[in-house]
Design a protein around this ligand. Structure first.
Ligand code: HEC
Length: 207
């Protein structure tokens, strides 16, 4: 363990001395080698999971440019991802914020021990602050406190939030936020409930 820390330390130091990030020091790995290793790990997973390790165009581009695509590639990503967003057929964007809060709190789903028939969670608190009362939240994403209030509960902003949750990369190419609707992880009603969590005046987000 000590040796490992030392090794990592010297790698970072090497990066510093050369004025480059430590990441630039890592050896070039052949993508085919990585692919074979990932496939090997997934070998025993159920057949319906196998498709999940096949990268789509967007994932390939984000891997290639290490999540920092040049402008033309970035535009191609947001255009492609915007095309696959499906807005609610009934035109209603706001569901029930109480249900939205439960979805935001829940990280259920996607693990091999999870029952795929049970409702999946959005795990929003893992990356975002959403209410003042919940003290346990991650900070990879920005705080969403008073999200609707700040935007004066505008209908266009609610629509933008629906699109963001449906497909984060329609808005921000190579975002670390999962494409929750696009991946069929959350359904239309769940996304509406989350938009209500952000845009209902009674929601803890806006209190
Ligand atoms: C793995 C981390 C992660 C998860 C889980 C996650 N997000 Fe995000 N989210 C981010 C990051 C990072 C950003 C900032 C970059 C971007 O805009 O894509 C972001 C941005 C956003 C934004 C735009 C914020 C702005 O500045 O306008 C909204 C809205 C949002 N997330 C809502 C949600 C909701 C609702 C959920 C749960 C369904 C969720 N996020 C789950 C990481 C995450």
């Amino acid at each position: 363990m000590r040796h490992m820390i030392k090794a990592v330390g010297s790698l970072a130091l090497g990066g510093l001395l050369l004025g480059q990030p430590a990441l630039a020091q890592s050896p070039k790995v052949d993508p085919a080698t990585v692919e074979a290793a990932v496939k090997g790990v997934f070998g025993h997973a159920p057949a319906e999971w196998q498709q999940r390790i096949v990268q789509d165009e967007t994932q390939k581009a984000c891997s290639l440019y290490r999540n920092q695509p040049p402008a033309d590639v970035a535009t191609a990503i947001t255009e492609r991802e915007t095309k696959n967003v499906v807005l609610p057929a009934d035109g209603k964007l706001l569901g029930d914020w109480k249900s939205g809060e439960k979805i935001a709190q829940s990280g259920y789903g996607g693990r091999h021990t999870d029952d795929p028939k049970l409702p999946l969670g959005g795990n929003c608190y893992a990356c975002h602050q959403l209410s003042k009362s919940e003290l346990s939240f991650g900070t990879m994403g920005p705080s969403l406190l008073e999200y609707g209030k700040i935007r004066k509960y505008g209908a266009d902003d609610a629509k933008a939030a629906y699109i963001k949750i449906y497909n984060a990369q329609a808005v921000f190419p190579c975002s670390n936020m999962p494409r929750l609707g696009h991946n069929k992880h959350l359904n239309e009603q769940q996304i509406k409930d989350l938009v209500a969590l952000l845009f209902d005046q009674e929601s803890p987000v806006n209190k």
